[in-house]
Design a protein around this ligand. Structure first.
Ligand SMILES: O=C(O)C(=O)C[C@]1(C(=O)O)C=C[C@@H](O)C=C1
Length: 247
């Protein structure tokens, strides 16, 4: 697929990608913050946090109070929004706005990602653990659902190519059209570099011994999280959005 920065209602592929790049900072920092705590499995154990009148574990429970603007994790239990609506959703096609992969993101985060970047063990700090999990989840969810905007920009720029594939419900062709392998490689390399930069021990003076190769979160793991889950899920959002684009 071509990566031309065509102007589409003030939006360009370049500006949308700039936002994805900025969101990498938030994601890498949130992973670093969560990695300060060990696995703390009890934080996710519903029987450990049984509270009469509520159900679910600490993270499920805490999740009901968080209000990620774009894609709620618990859409049925949202408190009323305290802030005026963000400009972003109005750029999207109405039928595609509701694409929400948060159930999958939630499962992938707890079952696949988390075990890769936290140490085993338990330090009893369950409330902080759950709060940091939710920060990671929201940062990841925001990034992945940003795929809607990416898809919108691509669709507007190459409508002739996308329309027949959408009409044919041809996911494979849509996936090929929206994929840019070079950009994906750059993303994976850049997030590894950010993990190195943000996650190094910063020392004063010329005492550099011992800090080499020791990062707060493993750069290779961050790159892998992106390559195996974050980018593929973003692309799934893009495809789901495109499939609704002509509704
Ligand atoms: O930048 C794009 O064009 C995107 O669609 C985003 C993204 C990504 O998730 O980083 C996804 C698919 C492309 O292959 C490249 C990158």
């Amino acid at each position: 697929a071509k990566a031309k920065a065509k102007v589409t209602g003030g939006l360009t592929l370049e500006s949308v990608r700039d936002s994805l790049i900025r969101q990498e900072d938030t994601i890498v920092f949130s992973l670093i913050e969560r990695a300060r705590f060990p696995a703390n499995a009890l934080a996710y154990d519903p029987s450990y946090f049984s509270d009469p009148g509520s159900c679910g574990s600490l993270v499920d429970f805490a999740g009901r109070y968080e209000n990620p603007e774009e894609s709620p994790f618990f859409p049925d239990n949202l408190p009323p929004s305290q802030v005026p609506p963000h400009k972003f959703p109005r750029l999207l096609h109405p039928a595609g706005r509701s694409v929400n992969l948060n159930k999958i993101i939630w499962d992938v985060y707890f079952n696949k990602l988390l075990p890769l970047f936290v140490a085993p063990g338990d330090d009893g700090n369950y409330a902080s653990t759950a709060a940091h999990d939710l920060e990671c989840l929201q940062a990841l969810s925001r990034r992945i659902h940003y795929g809607k905007l990416v898809a919108e920009v691509k669709f507007r720029g190459e409508r002739k190519d996308y329309e027949p594939a959408i009409r044919a419900r041809d996911k494979k062709t849509l996936m090929d059209l929206l994929t840019d392998q070079k950009v994906e490689e750059a993303v994976k390399r850049r997030v590894a570099k950010k993990a190195m930069t943000f996650g190094q021990e910063v020392k004063l003076g010329n005492d550099t011994v011992g800090s080499k190769g020791k990062y707060k979160v493993d750069p290779d793991i961050v790159s892998r999280l992106y390559g195996e889950w974050v980018i593929p899920l973003t692309k799934d959002v893009e495809v789901e959005y495109l499939l609704r684009r002509l509704d």
